[in-house]
Write a protein that binds this ligand. Structure first.
Ligand code: ZN
Length: 242
């Protein structure tokens, strides 16, 4: 009986969270038509844990927020791009994970970071460029804006500004086909042991507001990542349980 009650309470909480997420997703487009998030209320105080900050369309970072402990990522793809950076703890954890993959023979030499920390200005440049590419090809501005919004966060709303995430894959560009690789299958099952989660998992799109991104790993620390992995919770769901 007690067990049934707990299950019912859990289901009610998930349903309420789902409805809230639906509401925020459906309204975010109209709210943020100015190519920036609706407000820049920094959410970096680390009330619960400095590695558990939530960055999304409803929880933007301040445009001036720059993590103080950004570190070079050794495994940045060597294709002419600048060395990517992330916060120290997450960069160290990533290197440990890569070492373990090498030790186990799962590593692929093309498996590298293609994007780490992004400044507010750089995210704005990316968003505006993607919109312009489409309007230059004849697409209506509103449609271009809507299309880009599906895959690219508005400046301030990108988790990349937190310095706690990376795009990590072995494809020429970030692509869902990475999910079919041996490397991703290993990451999906083991990244939590190094403090990482697949931040935008398949099946949670209505909660995260973002399509499945097998390449986007977020550092939350080993304990938090393991709890999320074991209970199949995305970050929004996990934070609601704390
Ligand atoms: Zn990413």
């Amino acid at each position: 009986m007690r067990r049934n009650f707990n299950l019912l309470a859990w289901e009610c909480m998930l349903f309420a969270l789902f409805m809230l997420a639906l509401q925020s997703c459906s309204s975010s487009f109209n709210k943020s038509k100015s190519n920036t998030c609706r407000a820049f209320s920094a959410n970096t105080s680390g009330a619960r844990d400095e590695y558990l900050i939530l960055v999304n369309s409803e929880n933007p970072l301040d445009k001036d927020y720059v993590p103080s402990d950004l570190t070079d990522i050794k495994s940045t793809r060597a294709d002419g791009r600048e060395i990517q950076k992330m916060r120290k703890a997450s960069a160290d954890a990533l290197e440990s994970m890569i070492e373990e993959m090498k030790r186990l023979g799962v590593y692929d030499e093309n498996l590298t970071v293609t994007s780490g920390y992004r400044s507010f200005e750089y995210q704005k440049y990316l968003f505006d460029t993607y919109v312009k590419n489409r309007t230059d090809s004849g697409m209506d501005y509103d449609e271009a804006y809507r299309e880009v919004s599906k895959t690219t966060a508005l400046p301030g709303c990108s988790e990349h500004q937190s310095g706690l995430c990376v795009d990590f894959h072995n494809k020429s560009y970030a692509n869902v086909s990475f999910a079919k690789t041996e490397q991703y299958k290993w990451i999906e099952k083991n990244a939590h042991s190094f403090g990482f989660i697949v931040r935008y998992p398949s099946g949670k799109e209505n909660i995260t507001g973002i399509s499945f991104e097998p390449w986007h790993l977020r550092y939350v620390g080993e304990e938090n990542a393991t709890k999320m992995y074991e209970n199949s919770l995305c970050l929004e769901e996990y934070l609601a349980t704390l």
